[in-house]
Design a protein around this ligand. Structure first.
Ligand code: MLT
Length: 268
């Protein structure tokens, strides 16, 4: 792992392999380890940068409030520090929100985008209100109740029944997240922008990946989102919920690698 100082706080990321740069951006409340099954496959033909977003993994929680645009600026700081021109962004759920934001703020640095189990819309008023209540609850009482509820929605019943090691790994990563980080992120999620108007403007190859049984970002909603993108392919990974890279790593990797190998761009 390497680190830079971003707004006076340590920002950590894994940097391995060589070739076109692929930046992996995790979901909430996980860290770069959610990509453990992708990194060894990608680093055979890509340079992989797997980030711990501020407040997660080894990266410090900033003193100022978190925001999705601040997360995007953190990715830009890593790219600037590494003197990288173009990247392929891969983001899952909250990581996908960061990808849209990055594409809005720094389009000149994006060559391709893989949006997994995510949406471009902001929160509805009701969702944002519930998140703010949860943020307060987590600050007062800790993360245990929120994480227990999230786990059942994050992964498919089949994963819970058949893959206890995967479940234990997801729990272990989530439990590392501090109540302060989780609470601050809930507020950032509630306040994020609606990036739907951005989508038709994106002119690079995009892959939209859904999980067959995802209840957080359902496959049908993702399919509809993909039709508003000019250059998108849409794929459903079978037999998983919101976390295909962890629940169905082989199937997810096949989809990811095929897309990366079939869309090589001049700029890389
Ligand atoms: C995530 O997986 O990152 C979260 O489910 C995002 C969200 O709650 O909107």
């Amino acid at each position: 792992m390497k680190s830079i100082l971003f707004r006076n706080e340590e920002l950590w990321y894994l940097d391995s392999g060589s070739g076109p740069v692929v930046v992996l951006i995790h979901g909430f409340p996980l860290d770069h380890r959610m990509w453990a099954a992708q990194i060894p496959v990608l680093e055979k033909f890509c340079r992989v940068i797997a980030v711990d977003l501020p407040g997660y993994g080894r990266s410090a929680l900033p003193h100022e409030p978190l925001s999705i645009s601040g997360y995007s600026e953190a990715i830009a700081a890593i790219i600037a520090a590494e003197k990288i021109e173009k990247v392929t962004l891969v983001g899952l759920s909250m990581g996908g929100y960061v990808c849209w934001e990055f594409a809005a703020q720094f389009p000149e640095h994006v060559s391709r985008l893989i949006a997994c189990n995510t949406r471009a819309a902001g929160d509805t008023l009701a969702t944002a209100k519930a998140r703010r209540l949860s943020a307060q609850y987590v600050r007062d009482k800790g993360t245990a109740a929120l994480l227990a509820d999230m786990l059942t929605r994050l992964i498919a019943p089949q994963t819970i029944d058949e893959s206890p090691l995967v479940v234990a790994n997801i729990q272990a990563i989530m439990q590392i997240a501090s109540p302060e980080s989780v609470s601050a992120t809930l507020l950032a999620l509630a306040d994020r922008s609606d990036n739907r108007p951005l989508l038709p403007k994106l002119k690079f190859p995009i892959l939209v990946v859904a999980g067959e049984f995802d209840v957080i970002t359902p496959a049908d909603e993702m399919r509809k989102m993909s039709t508003t993108l000019d250059h998108a392919k849409f794929t459903i990974v079978p037999e998983c919920g919101h976390l295909p890279p962890m629940e169905q790593p082989d199937r997810f990797n096949e989809v990811l690698v095929n897309f990366l190998k079939n869309t090589r761009t001049q700029s890389e």
